[in-house]
Design a protein around this ligand. Structure first.
Ligand SMILES: Nc1ncnc2c1ncn2[C@@H]1O[C@H](COP(=O)(O)OP(=O)(O)OP(=O)(O)O)[C@@H](O)[C@H]1O
Ligand SMILES: [Mg+2]
Length: 381
């Protein structure tokens, strides 16, 4: 029998055959970059923003578009912001290693670029600048580079800032302020800002007092629909000579609410348990869930024990009620022993701040879909 690698991938960017659907979103993004829009793409954690934008960038025609992807996660201030942005732009504009230094010198002369070899001997561009007391000119230089590229190369430019909420950690709001004034002037440059921690992102783009207030249109990303998961999952099982019926996939999607990371993770475990030639049964799905919950049991127990009683009650309520339930309504408060709507509100606030729950169309959902199942299976308080 062929030894096939588990086709379900979770964690990290997925692409190609591991990437399910998102056709509408890819079209929307293509339209947005074509008209040089500024978009702010946000969702819960691990819902597929980075994978989506990565695929969207790969689909752009190289002769018409130049793109740079900047991951702001490792940055902690203006200095690392400038370096990360300059490096990503330089690398994406150089078609070979020999060009790195020339490109960097043309675009970022102020940042004293040089090219060194990394641990594997691959050339990499580094910048030897010290920020001036007021780091304005350096920030200005990196943020004006995309417009220069668009003018010179007669190509449209797409700049992606991933994990953009990270700029809230910087000492000053200088990057946000410069970004605002510069991106408003740019004609042939599209900016995609990606972020997960919704309450932070909303603070950046919806709070009137913040520099980036209304600087970009909103593009909330949702889960992947069941109709798209069914052929995707069925084909992968079939290719491994394993069988799964549509109703089994529907059950999986109900458990994970179509959330890509949890759906892939559960399918990965299920695929491991299912022998070649076997059909996935309901009890096999339960066994896969058990494997996953057993693995997390220690962490979930510690998390549960760190929660106040009303927070646990609220979570139990959310785990047991259908999606869309209103946790401040009298019936929810009574049924789950919360005492009052304001107790419920306080519990929601603290769970939101810890990213344990997320807003969802006027209701709330438990972010970790496996934690939700774990809570639902627990009998004790
Ligand atoms: N289109 C997709 N098809 C199949 N699986 C996907 C898809 N998008 C995301 N996933 C699954 O979700 C996981 C997380 O994806 P990704 O890192 O792109 O999400 P993210 O929203 O950028 O996450 P984060 O909030 O951590 O930045 C992937 O490793 C994969 O398992
Ligand atoms: Mg991401």
């Amino acid at each position: 029998m062929r030894n096939i690698k588990n086709p379900f991938q979770y964690g990290g960017i997925v692409e190609g055959a591991a990437f399910c659907n998102r056709k509408k979103e890819l079209t929307d993004l293509a339209t947005a970059v074509e008209s040089s829009e500024k978009l702010f793409v946000y969702s819960e954690r691990r819902l597929g923003k980075t994978s989506l934008v990565h695929t969207a960038l790969r689909q752009l025609t190289k002769s018409r578009y130049a793109s740079a992807y900047i991951d702001l996660w490792p940055t902690d201030g203006e200095l690392s912001f400038v370096a990360a942005t300059a490096r990503a732009i330089t690398e994406s504009m150089s078609s070979n290693a020999g060009q790195l230094l020339d490109v960097a010198k043309q675009l970022f002369s102020r940042l004293t670029p040089s090219v060194t070899a990394d641990a594997e001997g691959k050339p990499k561009v580094t910048f030897g600048f010290n920020l001036s007391v007021q780091p304005g000119p350096e920030i200005e230089e990196v943020l004006t580079a995309p417009a220069k590229i668009a003018e010179r190369g007669k190509r449209k430019v797409v700049i992606v800032f991933d994990e953009v909420q990270q700029v809230l950690e910087y000492e000053s709001d200088m990057v946000e302020r410069r970004l605002r004034s510069i991106i408003q002037k740019h004609q042939n440059v599209s900016y995609l800002f990606l972020g997960s921690r919704k309450h932070l992102i909303q603070k950046m783009f919806l709070d009137r007092s913040r520099p980036l207030y209304r600087a970009a249109a909103h593009y909330p990303l949702g889960p992947i629909g069941m109709a798209h998961w069914i052929p995707f999952i069925a084909r992968k099982f079939r290719e491994g000579e394993k069988m799964i019926a549509d109703d089994a996939i529907q059950k999986i999607c109900k458990l994970t609410e179509g959330h890509p990371f949890y759906t892939q993770h559960l399918c990965h475990a299920l695929w491991e348990l299912c022998e070649a030639g076997q059909v996935v049964t309901e009890s096999l799905i339960e066994a896969a869930i058990k494997v996953l919950l057993d693995r997390e049991s220690y962490a979930y127990t510690a998390l549960w024990e760190s929660l106040a009683l009303n927070q646990r009650r609220l979570l139990k309520g959310l785990a047991s009620e259908p999606a869309g339930v209103k946790p401040f309504a009298g019936v929810f408060v009574r049924r789950h022993g919360l005492g009052s709507a304001s107790n419920s509100q306080r519990a929601v606030e603290s769970l939101l701040n810890r990213d344990l729950i997320d807003r969802d169309n006027g209701s709330f959902l438990i972010s970790d879909r496996f934690f939700r199942i774990w809570i639902g299976q627990r009998q004790v308080q």
